[in-house]
Design a protein around this ligand. Structure first.
Ligand code: ARG
Length: 696
């Protein structure tokens, strides 16, 4: 490629032969400037120590802080026999020699490598400027053979979001949505085919409840405009009815018990002849009174019987769901409409987040036949057993006591959440033949996932082979700003639509404060939406996924600190600089980079930009959005300290500011640097699912 030619000619200028190649190490110098240095380091360290190229490549690590080197080699990781690691480190540092690098330093058992800035700029900036939005991404990684771009792509299914129809789309679902969206982008950019799957909670007795609710409270108009909101309202109301319906029954039972407890005190003895009858004490009941009491109890009991004989919402729901399972068209019709309209509405919300699903599956799509087949395997392998009319799996009997005991079939023969997950796993492989599947599910369901994964493992091939390709990506709880758990019952759940609207309005107000800038924004509403969503996403991605966080509108929308608006501002500022510089993109690749090597801040920024492809590689290993985010903040900070940095290279030079550049050549070189930074920032933001704005 032309990028490889560029590298070769750069090397020639330095008097170096073409890049050394190492057949069993995958290096991509045309995408990754650091790989130019890796190739050289591997070659020399092999010559000095005799270690295998693969072992050296595996050991060479990037550093979090550039003062520790651009690359570091922990010698013990080479597992060399004989010599002490600190001696080997010294030997490497002494014998190593290349015009591409400064003299390495031996630091105990580590060798620290520092790239020579001039050559690094020459490899890095032109690579970024030519790769543009492809910089950092290596699409060979997703090939079955990562050396051959014509070999087939691997397929990853990411199952995420998966809300429950008629129930709240809460921040837990939002978290799954944006993490899943990120994983899809990460894999796509690494050349995989990534399939977005939404596994809706759309099956179970609750749809029997909902159906009755809709008959009573539903209306077509609201269903069509906002099914998600409307069905949730209907569901809440019918559940209140259900509760209200149960109330008189409960109260009646209590009353009867109370009356029965009223013991009749002993009647006074008949008075002897001639004696005056004793006055009847007030608490002694007369025969009439006693009969009256008995009658009351009888009446109440009759009433209770009557009430209990009435078909309850709950019982009707059970029967209705049974009919749905049997596929009765009339029972299915309403449910199908609820599902279709809800999906339509979800799609609108997902589009705001820049997320699109390829497959709307759901619990309802799992076939009874597949659940039957799985049940047979579980039975024949001695995994499941009968218990009080139901079927259970007791994990203690299979070496996993911590997983407890779980129901796999109810007494009435209907399936469960768990059973559906077991069957769905194989159905997806039958349909897509995936290479990998990632379930993005909240940590509250860790046990559920561990249970169905373990059952699949115990079921032997093909089930166990399929689950071996699967991974659960768990994430922590989102809490309210005070750190309290949000609950529907307490009314503290923040729904997706509401939080998107709130944060949109908030950012819109902030934008309006700068009237001049505001006037230049083409579509302020759309910009406010993008800024708001960035705020939510960056907050979500700010820690490791296992950790929960507090949903704090105030903090996430701030322009100070590591927030979404901060990143957006950094990007918009670069865009504005680019517009004002009036240097065409086409001039940037041939910029004279020697003009901008005079400020240590500029060098630091170039070194940081060179790390981006390695950051992406590392993210593929960690699956953590915070790996990308931490890097982007580090890069943005290196960038902002560059703007006003002193250029100490020559007397005429002043700063690294484009506006005050002393010559047009210098301006072009600075723009090559800043445009490279903008591309990396934009690539990173897009990878996270943010849409970088040009003005704000
Ligand atoms: N619908 C479920 C819920 O909201 C999440 C589904 C997760 N995926 C799965 N395969 N079980 O709790």
């Amino acid at each position: 490629s032309s990028q490889l030619q560029h590298i070769t000619s750069q090397l020639q200028k330095l008097g170096l032969p073409d890049l050394p190649s190492h057949p069993d190490v995958l290096l991509y110098p045309q995408n990754n400037p650091v790989d130019v240095y890796r190739a050289h380091i591997i070659q020399q360290v092999q010559e000095i120590t005799g270690a295998e190229p693969k072992a050296i490549d595996g050991a060479l690590a990037w550093t979090l802080d550039l003062k520790h080197g651009d690359l570091v080699l922990p010698v013990p990781a080479l597992r060399l026999k004989g010599k002490k690691p600190d001696e080997t480190a010294k030997e490497i540092a002494e014998k190593f020699s290349s015009p591409l690098l400064a003299k390495p330093t031996a630091d105990k058992t580590f060798v620290r490598f520092f790239f020579e800035p001039g050559s690094l700029a020459g490899f890095t900036l032109p690579t970024i400027l030519s790769k543009k939005d492809g910089y950092g991404f290596n699409s060979l990684l997703g090939r079955k053979d990562p050396k051959d771009s014509s070999s087939p792509q691997k397929l990853v299914i990411v199952e995420y979001s998966s809300p429950n129809i008629a129930k709240e789309f809460h921040t837990g679902h939002l978290r799954s949505t944006i993490i899943g969206g990120f994983l899809v982008k990460l894999y796509e950019r690494a050349g995989w085919k990534a399939l977005s799957m939404n596994y809706l909670g759309d099956w179970g007795k609750q749809y029997g409840v909902l159906s009755q609710g809709f008959d009573k409270y539903g209306n077509e108009e609201s269903l069509k405009t906002d099914a998600v909101k409307h069905l949730n309202e209907v569901y809440v109301k019918i559940n209140q009815d259900n509760y209200a319906e149960q109330k008189p029954v409960v109260e009646l039972k209590a009353k009867i018990d109370e009356l029965k407890k009223l013991k009749t005190p002993p009647k006074p003895k008949k008075p002897a002849k001639g004696e005056q009858p004793k006055p009847v004490p007030e608490h002694v009941w007369t025969d009439e009174q006693e009969t009256e009491l008995e009658d009351t109890v009888k009446q109440l009991q009759a009433k209770l019987k009557e009430l209990e004989a009435l078909p309850s919402i709950d019982e009707k729901a059970r029967q209705f769901f049974r009919r749905m399972v049997d596929g009765e068209p009339e029972a299915i019709a309403n449910w199908q409409r609820f599902r279709d309209y809800s999906i339509e509405r979800y799609k609108d919300m997902y589009a705001r987040l820049n997320i699109f699903f390829d497959d709307y599956s759901g619990e309802s799509t799992v076939k009874e036949a597949d659940m039957e087949a799985a049940a047979k395997v579980m039975e024949s392998k001695g995994l499941s057993e009968e218990s009080e009319g139901a079927i259970v799996v007791d994990f203690a009997k299979h070496g996993k006591p911590k997983l407890g005991k779980t129901l796999v079939k109810k007494r009435d023969g209907t399936s469960l959440y768990l059973t559906r997950d077991i069957a769905a796993n194989k159905e997806r492989d039958d349909k897509y033949h995936f290479d990998k599947m990632i379930y993005v599910i909240a940590s509250q369901q860790d046990t559920h996932v561990a249970q169905f994964f373990e059952i699949l493992r115990l079921m032997s091939p093909p089930y166990s082979d399929i689950v071996a390709k699967c991974q659960h990506l768990s994430f922590g709880l989102v809490k309210d700003p005070k750190g309290q758990t949000m609950s529907t019952r307490k009314g503290t759940v923040i729904s997706l639509a509401d939080s998107l609207d709130d944060v949109h309005n908030y950012m819109h107000e902030v934008m309006k404060k700068n009237a001049d800038k505001y006037a230049q924004i083409e579509d302020p509403e759309a910009t406010a939406d993008l800024l708001g969503i960035s705020a939510i996403m960056v907050q979500d991605f700010s820690g490791k996924m296992v950790n929960g966080y507090n949903f704090d509108m105030e903090r996430m929308t701030s322009f100070e600190g590591d927030t979404g608006p901060y990143l957006q501002y950094a990007h918009a500022r670069l865009c504005s600089m680019k517009r004002r510089s009036e240097i065409p993109d086409s001039e940037l690749p041939s910029a004279d980079l020697s003009l901008i090597m005079g400020a240590k801040e500029g060098v630091e920024l170039i070194r940081t930009l060179a790390q981006w492809p390695d950051v992406v590689l590392n993210t593929l290993k960690t699956h953590e959005p915070v790996t990308v985010l931490t890097y982007l903040f580090k890069m943005s900070k290196a960038l902002s300290s560059c703007y006003d940095a002193k250029d100490t290279a020559n007397k005429n030079a002043k700063t690294m500011s484009v506006v005050y550049a002393e010559s047009r050549e210098k301006k072009v070189a600075l723009m090559a640097l800043y445009e490279s930074a903008r591309l990396v920032l934009s690539n990173g933001m897009k990878l996270l699912g943010l849409t970088p704005v040009e003005r704000m």
